[in-house]
Write a protein that binds this ligand. Structure first.
Ligand code: ARG
Ligand code: GLU
Length: 731
């Protein structure tokens, strides 16, 4: 018996150790308490205070949320911001036409006056992060329903936000952490005049496209440059021609010295969403049900888009960003399934749950509060399964058919009118107009019609049969033929023409609303939505609430029961630090990956004329002449490298920093075998992919001839500096 216990503990020790490694997306204000010593033991040479400090400028002041979906790094005292090419892509695309094609040819502003404004684009700085859990959770009682609980929290937070100390031009928001067990307040500063400064051609910025996406070894120069503009007193301001370049509190110094295996690195950014603390049953459903369904739907959508894009250059420009977006998750989910399977993630979760249960059972207090938790959670997820699948079908399909996006915009006017009368309608109208302009600016009727015809078929065939009655009726009237049905729907051409829509909006609110109600596409959309609400959302709301409550309790319970484990909250688009080391990995049996790639590798992949692997002539010439300027060393021009930093979507454009906080790279992806790290991180195979900052500088300077931008930056030699000479062998 004793032996068994010892063995068991040994096993537990190993298990906890391997799962912990250096996973984690940590809150910057808690680094000094939770992580500093570990970071230093891995090689960090600065202190947690250099990273996050609200009294003086610290590294956090050089990190921005880029547009709310990516991250950016401030790299000059004139507000120059570095982010990924794929993060800036929408802006690049918006300014591209058939004859000024910045997607194809790149763009470089020669002077400040050439920098292009981007209405709607913004960057957000984090001024301060406060723990407001006590205030947020004040007055809660265990007997409250989920909606009562949320109501009170919202009220508490609204009260709190009213009295937040902040300067003019600053804003704030609050967010729940650890499934709503803790709350933090973020004081922010958002700049809304962000101009495009430079972007390489896609053959560099998106080299390898979809084939290489999510894959190592990688050879992509995935970066673009923007500049923040501010009012004359350096405050946030709407776009104005006489705004001036923003002077940041802090900007990153750029290391010219590159990386070696074992080097400490950390990544500072805004990771979007992870699910590290799910019950094993939820992980099983992602793996076996949800991911496969979503992959199947996107596969069909991508095939349609690809066909049209290959044959029509105009469609190719219009749909490039949409295609990349759909493809991106489509491919990631496949990697996720592979990784979860290979890592035996469900089994590992079950073992962890068994240990948790054992500890709970061994303690009367825990047993009383948490004894039945896991069992109930598992039952909750089981009963949610069909609804989850139906949601996947509905959301995946409806969002791919832009006729429904348009219908939904128009229908929001009807709702606004019904709720708020003429006034409500007038308030909503400008938003709808601008959204419709955006949608229709990149819309092709023939493409969307085909999407409708094929994806609606998938919707009708969905396993649970949660299908709109109106759709069935219309389909029947069309002889069961989707092409006939789409002919009618897309035949109402005024729905897809901004001029005609504008003349519709010129009529009185009442008349416009009447006309909107008569569009068949709107009627169909309303019925699809209603069906989804009544057959899927309402009946599952109670289960969903139960799961939320149980996951929250389970999170709290883990914090209490698994005392030896350090917990970090799931990603939720707030500022985080993740750290690790530069390191190759063993991908599978007999396959060992090196930690960096270089320009020779670009040339190895080069396929003249190919859609994904063509290389611009000038880059080939620079390579042939080994003309790398000060950016390459010993005839090698580094391109990308990998490390063990735990990142996710939203971390794109995040600065990758060295032991002293100098910029060494820009995060843009993860390696295929480890994309399951959103659910289950495994240090042996999870790697983030960064473009080497020296490649970025090389492209700006030697390829684009934009040396004036380099002169804005501060380049440093932390390793090769006069005093510090480190021998290679020593690492
Ligand atoms: N996989 C990266 C991310 O999740 C890069 C996506 C952009 N590149 C592409 N080929 N779609 O955003
Ligand atoms: N490319 C991702 C992004 O846009 C980052 C890669 C990841 O998911 O880790 O944020």
């Amino acid at each position: 018996m004793r032996n068994r216990t010892i063995l068991c503990f040994l096993f537990i020790g190993i298990f906890l150790h391997t799962t912990r490694a250096d996973e984690g997306m940590w809150l910057p204000q808690l680094l000094s308490v939770l992580n500093e010593s570990r970071m230093k033991s891995l090689g960090m040479k600065i202190s947690a205070k250099d990273i996050y400090n609200t009294n003086t400028g610290s590294l956090k002041d050089a990190v921005v949320s880029f547009g709310g979906f990516c991250t950016g790094a401030v790299i000059s005292s004139n507000g120059l911001v570095l982010t990924n090419h794929h993060c800036g892509f929408d802006a690049i695309q918006n300014h591209s036409t058939l004859d000024k094609n910045y997607i194809r040819d790149g763009f470089w502003a020669q002077t400040r006056a050439d920098e292009i404004p981007n209405p709607g684009l913004f960057v957000t700085f984090i001024v301060r992060i406060d723990d407001v859990s006590r205030e947020a959770l004040r007055g809660l009682s265990p007997s409250m329903t989920e909606s009562e609980r949320q109501g009170l929290i919202d009220k508490n937070l609204a009260e709190l936000t009213k009295n937040v100390k902040k300067e003019s031009g600053q804003e704030s928001f609050t967010r729940g952490f650890f499934e709503g067990n803790q709350y933090y307040l973020f004081v922010t500063e958002t700049y809304r005049d962000v101009r495009l400064v430079g972007a390489p051609p896609s053959q560099i910025g998106n080299f390898g496209k979809d084939t290489d996406n999510w894959v190592w070894p990688r050879h992509t120069g995935d970066f673009s440059l923007f500049r923040i503009y501010a009012s004359r007193d350096n405050k946030p301001a709407e776009y104005a021609p006489d705004n001036v370049p923003y002077t940041p509190k802090k900007s990153f110094d750029i290391s010219m010295d590159g990386v070696e295996p074992g080097d400490f690195t950390f990544v500072f950014g805004f990771p979007g969403r992870t699910m590290q603390y799910l019950h094993s049953e939820a992980v099983r459903q992602i793996l076996e049900v949800s991911d496969p369904a979503k992959i199947g739907i996107r596969e069909r959508a991508l095939k349609i888009l690809d066909g049209f894009m290959r044959e029509d250059e105009q469609v190719k420009i219009q749909y490039a960003a949409k295609y990349a977006g759909i493809q991106n998750s489509y491919k990631k989910w496949q990697g996720e399934v592979l990784g979860l399977n290979r890592a035996g993630a469900v089994g590992k979760k079950q073992k962890y749950e068994a240990l948790f249960q054992q500890r709970v059972d061994a303690d009367a207090g825990f047993r009383q509060r948490y004894g039945s938790l896991l069992n109930e959670l598992s039952k909750g997820y089981e009963s949610y399964e069909p609804y989850g699948l139906a949601s996947d079908y509905y959301l995946e399909i409806i969002s791919k058919i832009e006729m429904f996006t348009i219908a939904s915009q128009l229908n929001s006017l009807v709702t606004a009118f019904e709720k708020g009368g003429e006034n409500g309608y007038r308030q909503r109208l400008p938003v709808v107009k601008s959204n419709l302009e955006n949608i229709l600016g990149e819309f092709s009727g023939k493409v969307d019609r085909r999407m409708f015809e094929e994806l609606m078929d998938m919707y009708v065939q969905q396993p649970g049969g949660y299908v709109s009655p109106l759709l069935k009726e219309r389909l029947k009237a069309a002889g069961g033929n989707y092409i006939n049905l789409s002919l009618t729907l897309y035949g109402q051409t005024s729905l897809f023409d901004m001029d005609q829509l504008n003349s519709l909006f010129a009529r009185s609110a009442g008349e416009t609303v009447e006309a909107i109600r008569r569009f068949e596409a709107v009627q169909l959309f309303v019925d699809l939505q209603k069906t989804y609400q009544s057959l899927v959302q309402s009946p599952s709301a109670e289960i969903q609430n139960r799961i939320n409550r149980l996951q929250r309790d389970y999170m709290q319970a883990q914090l209490e029961v698994m005392k030896e484990k350090k917990f970090y909250p799931d990603a939720n688009r707030t500022l985080r630090v993740t750290f690790g080391q530069v390191q190759g990995y063993s991908a599978r049996n007999a396959v060992q990956y090196h930690y960096y790639t270089d320009l020779d590798g670009v040339m190895e992949k080069y396929k003249p004329g190919d859609y994904e692997f063509d290389v611009p002539e000038k880059l080939r010439a620079l390579h042939a002449a080994k003309d790398f300027g000060p950016y390459g060393s010993e005839g090698v021009m580094p391109v990308c490298f990998i490390a063990t930093n735990h990142t996710t979507g939203g971390n794109s454009g995040s600065p990758a920093l060295d032991a002293r906080g100098n910029l060494i790279g820009l995060n843009f992806d993860r390696a295929w075998e480890g994309t399951m790290s959103d659910i289950h991180y495994d240090a042996s195979i999870c790697r983030n992919i960064m473009v080497d900052i020296r490649y970025v500088l090389f492209i700006i300077d030697k390829y684009a001839g934009a040396g004036h931008l380099i002169r804005e930056m501060k380049l440093v030699h932390p390793k090769k500096g006069p005093k510090k000479k480190k021998s290679k062998a020593g690492l």
